[in-house]
Design a protein around this ligand. Structure first.
Ligand code: MCN
Length: 791
């Protein structure tokens, strides 16, 4: 059987998705089901003196209306921030209470106030209109830049400051700056994004009063963690009587890693009324209440020697958390951001300070890349600016500062196991035809267009680190992963994983790994995930961890199967286990033609009757059955890296910017399925182009989200893109046995600085993301006017 790892195996899961047979939460309908509609705050900040449900309760079809008071009466706990951050002065982060239904204050437009349960969705929606809430509207804090100087929005949280965190050696960094020959400075805004997964969030609660079992179907990337939080912190239901199912999920991009207020409320409500309750978000609800991403303001400085060698880096960031601290909100701008500000450069000293603030906006949490796009945007804009100001070619400036020996201990946190940064830079230079760029610029000029080129050489840290390490720096859970390989008697396999696939193609890539390891045809291998009642506890999918961590757990479980198989085969073939080789699905006695296939071994393990002369195929002490579980705790992050080069053409009259060429050369270590990885790079790059050119969550002064529909929030479309040139280099990771590095976020991390560096190169004016036609046009007009006045 030819090896499947490294092949472009077609996606096993596509048949159901492409034929419309996927089963999403919204597709599930249960007998006697009711419908939920949430009453949400129309104000960004208000206190609530009364929620009057009397009129609404009498509306047709209403089954129940529940408010924050009911929640408090049932002692349902609030949502939590899952990662404790300690400020530079040694104090713990400040976290406000976050009840799933507002107690007496609301903190963003869309905040949950009450839930109406009715026989039909229309009845629930109409009754929700009749719920009278007495709001006292308070002055909202909206802008990230205003938060520290505004009155607290949460009692007792001075300056709206959650934490003031520092990473690195400040005094050594100051010293390096005092000796620097050149200091390059930059001020950046990392625009707020709205995730926009194709499938809006949805939840269905189903309680069985006789068994006292509660099931929650939900659009989630992490069903075990969701059950843990709703059980241990919200106290909705004990874990052993609580099943969380995340069926087919139509994209998440980080926004579905954790339970939301709606999940808690729907699970609790179903239990309370002893009938199934279904909620599916309308698209505007998604805009308002799915956690947003990014939203940083940063000032950064690079200390450089005249020869272009970087000697130090200083970063100061204000990160907006929104109205509350969501589950992964506090780790995103700290441990997922700070260590990565160094990029893939050998920078001897650095200091990064992050102040995280509350504002009356939708909570911000992990969104594709989570912290790493913000870090990469900062360092790649800064490096490009430094190269330009110092008159050094952008590629030369970068390679002069690349880390070149591995393993490499960076001055902040990471110990990078492997990489070859010149290899991907050189390949990208070649593929993008960099050397002839100036000819293309001239050609564009002749058509009245401004052409620019921009680079992004990025480093990512994904897979996430050893549990002991992350828990010592504040994580509320370990970040290991689980797997179970369950052979059936007839030789086919169910693979259970604690990760969750919602677009990434795990059904295929994980089956490729198992097929190669165990020599079983891929069509005889099925992946099971997303149901807490089926597989072992797992940590879910985010941080491009599923292959490096979950795939390794699968590999370990396969190894255990092989070990057991060797014992059984040895017994059946009258040899010793260490005389057995396992290859391509066969257990063979060394130097002989005596062998058993893995299918025969599985059959024998489940039906241990008489086998010829042997009474039982199982040696003494070996249990029947062929099923093995493994838990894998990673020893380190994996460190993908790459070079992305973007070319844009700007229309001087309209400001319209078109990406006319895009090259991505990434190092993901060993690639299991190049076709799936290509898809991941495509998706990520397009999201990155979206952030750079189109997407922007905007609030007005009172805190109304004015981009709460597709009329106002622009997503990238196929006609905005050129054919992407994608290639790889490969330095296998040494931190996992597969040699793999994550690929799921790379594009979204690398693309924004590549695009913005290209735009700025084209127009020669420093502008912020997104470089919309309006913004570019205004900048060009202003420049023209200034130039005229100066003349
Ligand atoms: N892969 C591979 N070889 C490698 C690396 C990965 O063949 N060297 C394969 C994996 O086996 C897997 C896929 O590529 O099938 C992505 O793997 P990985 O990088 O481990 O990422 P995860 O599976 O953990 O997915 C998470 C990642 C993240 S963090 C976001 S956000 C994201 C993303 O994946 N959200 C997505 N890609 C997405 N794609 C879709 N369609 N929808 C989302 O919500």
């Amino acid at each position: 059987m030819a090896s499947l790892v490294g092949s472009r195996v077609e996606r096993k899961e596509d048949k159901k998705f492409l034929t419309g047979k996927g089963r999403y939460t919204a597709d599930i309908n249960l007998a006697n089901q009711t419908y939920a509609y949430f009453v949400r705050s129309p104000h960004a900040r208000a206190s609530i003196s009364k929620v009057d449900v009397s009129k609404a309760s009498n509306a047709p079809g209403v089954v129940k209306i529940l408010t924050g008071d009911d929640l408090a009466e049932d002692k349902i706990g609030g949502l939590i921030a899952g990662w404790k951050i300690v400020s530079q002065d040694g104090t713990d982060m400040k976290v406000p209470a976050h009840p799933p239904l507002a107690n007496n204050t609301v903190n963003y437009v869309g905040d949950h106030v009450a839930v109406v349960i009715a026989e039909t969705l229309d009845q629930a929606r109409e009754a929700a209109d009749l719920v009278r809430v007495d709001y006292k509207v308070l002055k909202a804090v909206v802008k990230t830049s205003d938060a520290l100087n505004s009155k607290p929005i949460h009692e007792g949280i001075d300056k709206n400051l959650c934490f003031d965190w520092g990473l690195g050696d400040k005094s050594k960094t100051d010293e390096a700056f005092s000796k620097a020959e050149k200091i390059i400075k930059i001020d950046l805004v990392n625009n707020r994004l709205i995730p926009n997964a194709m499938e809006p969030r949805a939840s269905i609660g189903d309680y069985n009063p006789s068994s006292e079992n509660l099931t929650l179907y939900t659009t989630n990337q992490n069903p075990h963690l969701t059950r843990l939080v709703l059980s241990a912190f919200c106290a909705i239901q004990p874990e052993h009587k609580f099943r969380v199912v995340a069926p087919d999920v139509g994209g998440g991009f980080g926004s579905k890693i954790y339970p939301y207020a709606e999940d808690a409320v729907i699970a609790w409500t179903a239990k309370k009324i002893e009938r199934p309750v279904k909620w599916v978000a309308e698209r505007t609800e998604s805009f308002l209440s799915d956690c947003h991403g990014r939203d940083h303001i940063t000032h950064a400085e690079l200390a450089v020697k005249n020869d272009g060698k970087i000697v130090g880096l200083k970063v100061e960031t204000i990160a907006n958390l929104g109205g509350y601290a969501s589950l992964f909100a506090t780790v995103t701008p700290t441990y997922l951001y700070g260590p990565l500000v160094l990029g893939l450069y050998d920078i001897p000293v650095a200091f990064c300070n992050v102040k995280a603030v509350y504002t009356n906006t939708t909570p911000v949490d992990a969104y594709r890349g989570a912290g790493r796009p913000e870090a990469t945007y900062m360092i790649e804009r800064l490096v490009e600016k430094a190269a330009k100001e110092m008159g050094i070619d952008r590629a030369e400036f970068r390679s002069k500062n690349f880390i070149s020996k591995f393993p490499h201990q960076q001055c902040l946190v990471h110990n990078i196991d492997s990489g070859d940064y010149s290899a991907h830079l050189n390949k990208a230079l070649e593929l993008s035809d960099y050397k002839n760029f100036e000819n293309r610029r001239t050609e564009s000029k002749s058509k009245g267009k401004l052409r620019g080129i921009g680079f992004s050489t990025y480093l990512e840290a994904c897979g996430i680190a050893p549990s002991a390490v992350v828990m010592s720096i504040g994580a509320g859970v370990g970040l290991w992963e689980s797997a179970e390989i369950r052979f059936n008697a007839t030789g086919n396999i169910s693979v259970f994983t604690g990760t969750h696939s919602h677009g990434q193609g795990h059904d295929t890539t994980f089956a490729q790994i198992v097929s190669d390891k165990l020599g079983v045809p891929i069509e005889n291998i099925d992946l099971v995930h997303g149901d807490t009642d089926k597989g072992p506890f797992g940590m879910g999918t985010y941080g491009s961890r599923s292959l490096a961590v979950g795939g390794t757990a699968i590999t370990k479980a396969c190894d255990k199967i092989i070990d057991k198989g060797k014992k059984v085969a040895a017994h059946m073939l009258e040899a010793k286990p260490d005389e057995i080789d396992f290859k391509a699905g066969e257990f063979i006695v060394k130097n002989s033609n005596k062998k058993k296939t893995i299918g025969e071994i599985a059959f024998a393990c489940y039906l241990p009757g008489q086998y010829g002369e042997i009474k039982s195929p199982l040696p003494e002490g070996v249990e029947p059955g062929l099923k093995e579980t493994a838990f894998y705790d990673p020893v380190n992050f994996s460190f993908p890296a790459g070079t992305h080069i973007c070319e844009v053409e700007v229309d001087q009259d309209t400001g319209e910017t078109k990406v006319v060429a895009y090259t991505a050369v990434d190092d993901f270590g060993t690639v299991i399925n190049p076709m799936i990885v290509e898809g991941q790079v495509h998706g990520g790059v397009v999201q990155g182009i979206g952030q750079a050119l189109y997407e922007n969550a905007r609030y007005d002064e009172s805190g109304q989200l004015i981009t709460a529909s597709y009329m106002d929030y622009t997503m990238p479309r196929a006609n905005n893109l050129p054919e992407l040139r994608i290639d790889y280099t490969s330095t296998p990771a040494t931190s996992n046995p597969l040699g793999v590095k994550g690929c799921g976020e790379a594009g979204a991390i690398a693309a924004p600085p590549a695009v913005m560096n290209a735009v700025i190169d084209a127009i020669d004016i420093d502008i912020s993301m997104p470089a919309t036609s309006e913004k570019v046009c205004n900048a060009l007009q202003k420049n023209k006017k200034n130039n005229k006045e100066a003349a």
